[in-house]
Design a protein around this ligand. Structure first.
Ligand code: NAP
Length: 310
């Protein structure tokens, strides 16, 4: 019997994803119809993005899983009507994009590129940056994205320390957890990358106290979620130069309001939530693989733990 897969996202995403999803279903040997509308009781799977108006999942009585197109699921994870399995997006294309953003912005600060790119006084300053092996990096969040970014930086010889909720072993990367682990990771880091989900526990991970553990002038890159950082504490640390620069891709309110101090602060770079996008062809293969698993009675991959919130 043909499976009914409801595409619950904006029309713009339908343009981007419908052909890729249909191809991926066929490649996975699935007899599945991707639809924009259906009798809820006849829907087998829902492909979901937070832009969708769908909020009440109660009528979708046959639905075996909701498959998020987004890696971050904070807007849907607490939905009490969503009682079926929820899978988040782990997409090789998205991971590649994040690695490029993190490596690019790390190298910008490591090499001090701004001094030469914006040099109106034509200052000849032959100071050489240290080698990457002399520039410690802390990676807060060692999941799909954090681990890939940590490994890419490690391959360039940056001494990376990982920090996550649970203990981890990643070859070549010392991994810490807990409050003591965070203090240890931050107290030596010249560059900090925050790649955790937004949950009640991760909110304000970088607060005033923890920012004070950083060496003077450390740089923060946040492609995770805006709520990971206490904005007022960060601005205060930037004002004094205790934090040397913050490159921020994500914010509590998006788009970042026009009057927000981040736009004009000389020590802040704003990028408009572009660190990593879900890529239709590779992401569609992940969606198809989970539907194939569901139909074969195999466990779903990238299942969200509702209690943990990610
Ligand atoms: P993931 O695989 O679920 O990894 C999350 C990591 O955060 C894990 O290492 C987890 O620890 C850690 N973590 C969670 N709660 C924690 C806590 N209370 N204390 C310490 N560590 C904690 O997620 P991912 O795929 O790497 O994605 C990470 C986030 O990136 C997403 O949630 C999303 O917010 C963001 N993102 C941003 C963009 C963008 O364009 N800016 C694009 C995609 C994703 P454990 O390993 O111990 O579980």
């Amino acid at each position: 019997m043909t499976l009914t897969v409801l595409f619950a996202a904006t029309p713009a995403l339908w343009e981007e994803f419908s052909a890729a999803l249909s191809h991926a279903f066929a490649d996975a040997g699935l007899d599945a119809a991707l639809v924009l509308q259906a009798d809820p009781a006849a829907v087998d799977y829902i492909v979901y993005a937070p832009s969708s108006p769908l909020e009440d999942f109660t009528p979708y009585t046959r639905c075996k899983a909701v498959l998020s197109l987004w890696a971050g699921v904070e807007r849907i994870v607490g939905n009490q009507t969503l009682t079926m399995p929820l899978c988040r997006m782990v997409d090789p294309g998205l991971t590649e994009g994040m690695v490029e953003w993190v490596v690019g912005h790390t190298l910008r600060h490591h090499l001090g590129m701004d001094r030469h790119i914006v040099n109106p006084g034509q200052v000849w300053d032959p100071t050489c940056p240290p080698l990457a092996r002399e520039r410690p990096v802390a990676m807060l969040g060692m999941g799909a994205l954090g681990t890939a970014c940590a490994q890419a930086l490690r391959a360039l010889h940056f001494p990376v320390t990982g920090w996550s909720r649970t203990a981890k072993e990643v070859p070549g990367i010392p991994c810490l957890h807990g409050e003591d682990g965070l203090r240890q990771a931050l107290s030596t880091a010249q560059i900090v990358v925050t790649l955790m989900p937004k949950t009640p526990e991760t909110e304000n991970t970088l607060n005033a106290e923890r920012l004070s553990w950083l060496p003077q002038g450390a740089v923060i890159l946040n492609p995770g979620r805006g709520a990971l950082i206490d904005d007022d504490a960060l601005l205060a640390a930037l004002d004094t130069g205790a934090v040397g620069h913050a490159t921020l891709d994500v914010f509590r309110v998006e788009p970042l309001p026009a009057d927000h101090r981040y736009w004009t602060h000389p020590r802040v770079t704003v990028t408009p939530h572009i660190a990593a996008d879900t890529r239709p062809s590779s992401a569609s293969r992940m969606v198809a693989e989970n539907i194939r698993r569901g139909e074969a009675g195999e466990p779903f991959v990238n299942l969200v733990d509702r209690v943990r919130g990610y």
